[in-house]
Ligand binder design. Structure first.
Ligand code: GRF
Length: 201
């Protein structure tokens, strides 16, 4: 049986699309069983619908407290009985109820080489800092902001003349390949987390 994967999105969902395409390949080892968003009308949810994958949208503003939103998010995701949950451009921090339920099998992809440039402006911060190498990081989510144990990273060169948009797109291209490869490996082989070390056998 393929591993059951739930993907959380806020944006265009190009990473999600790459995973949906990979899951069509026999032997990939994972299946996207649900997609959730924190807002209406995301490209990600649109892509899921086109692929026939069940979706939900849970806006934080629809709840009186963040805890209530987090509990609702936890319940929605849990209903899909996922083996692995991926945040792919999901722009909200989850809370304690979500982490209690999915901690250790909730991973996030970030568009910088952590621990450099956490937060939502990875490519902009990399350009502003003047680094020549940045990239993307897949990590296991913990209570911090982009602080969890690292599963894999891919390096991307910052070219002369790059702006935020060109760098963002170059990172995304490398990120997609890394993500599809690593999620497949995690799904097929399983993985262990020992402190900051994540091992896929
Ligand atoms: C990715 O680059 C991810 O690292 C960042 O947001 C982007 C999501 O893009 N947090 P998409 O929605 O998958 O196209």
């Amino acid at each position: 049986m393929p591993a059951r994967l739930v993907v959380l999105v806020s944006g265009t969902g190009t990473n999600l699309q790459a995973l949906l395409d990979a899951c069509d390949e026999p032997g990939y080892g994972a299946s996207v069983v649900g997609v959730g968003a924190d807002r209406a009308a995301t490209g990600g949810v649109e892509r899921a619908r086109s692929a026939g994958v069940p979706t939900f949208e849970l806006a934080l503003q629809a709840f009186s407290t963040r805890e209530e939103w987090d509990a609702a998010l936890t319940a929605k995701v849990a209903a899909f009985e996922p083996d692995l949950v991926l945040s792919a451009g999901f722009l909200k921090l989850v809370g304690t109820s979500f982490l209690r339920r999915f901690g250790g099998r909730f991973v996030n992809t970030h568009n910088a080489l952590l621990p450099s440039f956490p937060g939502i402006h990875g490519p902009r911060d990399a350009i502003d800092h003047g680094v020549r190498i940045t990239g993307a990081t897949l990590f296991v989510v913990d209570e911090g902001v982009d602080t969890g144990a690292i599963v894999e990273q891919v390096a991307v060169r910052v070219e002369n003349g790059d702006d935020v948009e060109t760098l963002t797109q170059r990172i995304k291209a490398a990120e997609r390949v890394m993500l599809v490869e690593q999620i497949g490996r995690m799904a097929r082989e399983g993985f262990t987390i020992d402190g900051r070390k994540v091992t896929i056998p």
